[in-house]
Design a protein around this ligand. Structure first.
Ligand SMILES: Cc1cc2nc3c(=O)[nH]c(=O)nc-3n(C[C@H](O)[C@H](O)[C@H](O)COP(=O)(O)OP(=O)(O)OC[C@H]3O[C@@H](n4cnc5c(N)ncnc54)[C@H](O)[C@@H]3O)c2cc1C
Length: 236
């Protein structure tokens, strides 16, 4: 579907990370985990990368708004997007992608994400929680510091609402008083949080080459590559 959507709200969801809420067009259908191409209309500036970016749909299909979340950077697209006035329109071309939750509810889902890579994961876990599916779900979410972790409060709430969902945060920087996981995701951390490594479906989504590194880590743990699904946020 190609349609213009209206910006209804924007907010900061972590240090250097913003969410943009758009009105959902009537009849727009998608699967949790998919993404949309957003194109700026007559932007005041542009650069060689152009006026379109693919951004995951953060909200789940059952929810009212469409939400895109991005890490702010000094590019023409991001500058214009940050300053978009409420009520302005952006062109949406969607849905795309096949990064979505498997149907077999007795198979655990393990998500390993870095920073902003968590956007499609939020959609999938929110929809599973809403539908009260029986999936056991584990999310390992890494960022530099707690302040950088997008949607932290949202996942904490989902973990309270869904007893099948376990949210594990880990931070690259050493933190005073933080007794839980710290450091990047490594084999030992995966083993600590995933009971039977050979049964789940693993979902990897991130910018910055983390998807490639995590795939290598899982393959090193002799996890069947058929059980690994990925969404690389190319462009960062
Ligand atoms: C399926 C899919 C889903 C995605 N979902 C999301 C999402 O939910 N949220 C999200 O934020 N992104 C998402 N992305 C990535 C998104 O499409 C953009 O590529 C990304 O946001 C970068 O856009 P930009 O305007 O910051 O950089 P661009 O202008 O596109 O930058 C292009 C290149 O310029 C260089 N560059 C530009 N600025 C800098 C800088 N400040 N520092 C270093 N290098 C720089 C880099 O080499 C970069 O690769 C997704 C991508 C895919 C493929």
């Amino acid at each position: 579907m190609q349609i213009n959507v209206k910006l209804i709200r924007k907010e900061t969801i972590a240090s250097g990370t913003m969410a943009f809420h758009f009105s959902k067009p009537r009849g727009f259908e998608f699967r949790a985990g998919q993404f949309a191409d957003y194109t700026l209309i007559d932007p005041p500036e542009t650069d060689t990368e152009g006026n379109t970016r693919g951004l995951s749909l953060v909200q789940a299909p059952f929810e009212e708004d469409l939400v895109a979340a991005t890490r702010k950077r000094d590019t023409a697209f991001k500058r214009v997007q940050k300053d978009l006035p409420i009520g302005s329109e952006i062109k949406l071309d969607a849905p795309y992608g096949d990064f979505s939750l498997h149907k077999t509810q007795s198979t655990r889902a393990v998500f390993i994400t870095g920073g902003i890579g968590v956007t499609p994961v939020r959609s999938m876990i929110a929809q599973a929680t809403h539908d009260k599916t029986a999936h056991e779900i584990t999310l390992l979410h890494v960022s530099r510091t707690p302040a950088d972790l997008p949607l932290k409060g949202v996942f904490e709430q989902l973990a309270r609402d869904n007893s099948n969902f376990t949210y594990v945060m880990t931070f690259e920087s050493a933190l005073d008083g933080w007794k839980d996981e710290h450091g990047r995701v490594d084999a030992a951390m995966v083993k600590r949080h995933v009971p039977d490594l050979h049964k789940p479906i693993f979902y990897l989504s991130s910018p910055d080459g983390m998807v490639k590194a995590m795939r290598a880590l899982l393959v090193g743990l002799e996890i069947n590559e058929d059980n690994i699904r990925t969404e690389e946020f190319s462009g960062y």
